[in-house]
Design a protein around this ligand. Structure first.
Ligand SMILES: [Zn+2]
Length: 167
């Protein structure tokens, strides 16, 4: 019970649902939260992924994944950022913990780089809303008109399909 007060964060409303926010300054290297959940095999994880419930799977190595979908796992509320302030560390005790990768100020959202696979599967679909990407996409919007290479390619592909429909 007393462990509750030692948490250096709270769960709060973030840009994309809930997130973790520092309630005090956190020095670099300090453990913030454990990613809790049952260990499942890579095969079990693949099965869950196939059903599309892969948001809280955290792969720890080739053989094991942690299923962190339980609400008791506060680590699941940490959001992705491309320039995060926390990192995942596998302890010798077998615990997966998130620790500060730099000094974190009180009130700052605690973020983690989820890795390329997660990004491609889940984040890329809606676009990354992290601080650094938000800034980037604003810059892109301003530039539109000059570099529309990607859009052009899509249009070309559609045209080709229509033509091939007629016998
Ligand atoms: Zn990003």
């Amino acid at each position: 019970m007393s462990s509750k007060s030692s948490r250096p964060f709270r769960v709060g409303r973030a840009k994309t649902g809930l997130g973790l926010f520092a309630t005090e300054a956190i020095r670099k290297g300090r453990t913030i939260v454990e990613y809790r959940g049952r260990r499942i095999t890579t095969a079990q994880a693949a099965e869950i992924e196939r059903k599309g419930n892969n948001r809280y799977l955290f792969e720890i190595n080739r053989h094991w994944t942690i299923d962190g979908s339980s609400r008791r796992n506060l680590g699941r509320y940490i959001n992705h950022a491309c320039k995060p302030n926390a990192e995942a560390i596998m302890r010798r005790t077998g615990k997966l913990e998130f620790a500060a990768s730099r000094w974190i100020e009180p009130g700052e959202e605690i973020t983690l780089d989820y890795g390329k696979d997660y990004f491609d599967l889940i984040i890329a679909e809606t676009g990354c809303k992290c601080m650094s990407c938000g800034a980037k996409s604003m810059r892109k919007t301003r530039k539109v008109g000059k570099s529309t290479g990607a859009k052009k390619t899509k249009k070309k592909a559609k045209k080709t399909k229509k033509k091939s429909k007629k016998p």
